[in-house]
Write a protein that binds this ligand. Sequence first.
Ligand SMILES: *Cc1c(COP(=O)(O)O)cnc(C)c1O
Length: 230
Amino acid sequence: MIKENYLDVQKKVVAACERAGRDPKEVTLIAVSKTKPVSMIEELLPLGVVDFGENKPQELKEKYEVLPKDLKWHMIGHLQRNKVKYIIDKACMIHSLESLRLAETIQSEAEKHQVIMPVLIEVNAAQEESKFGLTLDETPAFIEQVAAFPNLRVSGLMTIAPFVENPEDNRVHFQNLYNLFIDIKQRNIDNVSMCNLSMGMTNDYEVAIEEGATMVRVGTGIFGARSYPV
Ligand SMILES: *Cc1c(COP(=O)(O)O)cnc(C)c1O
């Protein structure tokens, strides 16, 4: 069932790329395995799936430890500073950088482990009160600041769009984030390589791809509904 779901989502990713005149190789499908057991992740490994997303540092660490070491673990959820140490040498990317204090912690942990951590800046594109992330306006200046941290590499932007019945309602937020992404890319800031735009989840990843997403984060659509909300 999980394999079939994954292949179905993958087909829709390709179709969305075709509609948008994009090369499907530009889009990474991240299987969001949060709350789901290792056995479900293992079902996908024969397909060659390597990109998985988790939003709890301890859970990422536990799964990392028991699964093959060539998998890529994306830290996609809100990250508390005291938990950075669990994932600094395990995550391939942190999608949710949204404060200078968190950047400082990632810098000191990354330096300790002698790694360079790719980070995406989380933008609250729809300006929802309940969500973490910078406003579109705050983002360029924040990136200039983060660019000064030698062990962080700003690699793009991420957003969690609102939950909506009709994914078309999120199109404008994806467009706004894409425009900001291009704008920052054109500034050619040192130590910043704007190559990733992480946007789109189960409900709206096709629209996100049409609007330029390079990474989509799909949980429910692959692994089924989660038994508790996170
Ligand atoms: C849970 C989660 C997802 C996946 O959500 P689905 O709607 O299940 O696809 C994507 N991104 C983040 C940040 C998440 O926390």
